[in-house]
Design a binder for this molecule. Structure first.
Ligand SMILES: NC(=O)c1ccc[n+]([C@@H]2O[C@H](COP(=O)([O-])OP(=O)(O)OC[C@H]3O[C@@H](n4cnc5c(N)ncnc54)[C@H](OP(=O)(O)O)[C@@H]3O)[C@@H](O)[C@H]2O)c1
Length: 160
């Protein structure tokens, strides 16, 4: 089985979104997101899907929703467990790409966190949940102009 990876960009005070969108535009981070997720299944909440407006290309798009009807290029699942079960069928790394509700629930299933820590601060209305630092170990950190890319590995088996 592949890894279950949460990928997020957030400010120092954990802001990830405002009014249904991401309050910054950092091209280098978007390129990194694309490079990492290309060819892999991506799981997202319905609001994040709506903010994208269309499926992400060359990736299996799985949306968690109790209200959305399936659309071409998108699989809809009624809860995160079912989406994860389906995404893991291919044995590839699975990416949880947000938003807040998916991150909150997904932290217990993830074994890896890719966090882009945005250097500038922005006001927002959605945040990445606090992470129990006794459960996660920093394994990599890379500096970019506008953000620091960090990789965290779970120190205990996911779900325990
Ligand atoms: N900075 C970043 O890296 C990043 C990444 C992604 C998103 N974002 C931002 O995050 C914000 C959106 O976050 P959000 O928490 O408001 O919305 P969200 O997680 O994208 O979507 C929430 C919706 O997903 C569905 N859902 C979530 N958990 C579910 C469950 N367990 N079972 C069934 N359905 C479930 C529900 O849809 P239904 O109501 O249809 O049932 C719920 O209303 C936006 O501002 C977006 O731009 C930021």
């Amino acid at each position: 089985m592949g890894n279950t990876i949460i990928i997020v960009a957030m400010t120092e005070d954990r802001v990830i979104g405002k009014n249904g969108t991401i309050p910054w535009h950092i091209g280098e981070d978007l390129r990194l997101f694309k490079e990492l997720t290309l060819g892999k299944p991506v799981i997202m909440g319905r609001k994040t899907y709506e903010s994208l407006g269309r499926p992400l290309s060359d990736r299996r798009n799985l949306v968690v929703s109790r209200t959305m009807d399936p659309v071409p290029g998108v699989e809809v699942y009624e809860n995160l467990e079912r989406a994860l079960g389906a995404a893991r069928e291919d044995g590839l790394d699975v990416y949880l790409i947000g938003g807040e509700s998916i991150y909150r629930e997904g932290l217990r299933y993830a074994d890896t966190l890719y966090i882009s820590l945005v250097k500038e601060s922005y006001p927002g209305d959605t945040r990445f949940p606090p992470v129990d630092e006794t459960q996660w170990k920093l394994s990599e950190s890379r500096e970019y102009e506008d953000f620091t890319f960090t990789v965290w590995k779970k120190t205990r088996p996911p779900g325990s």
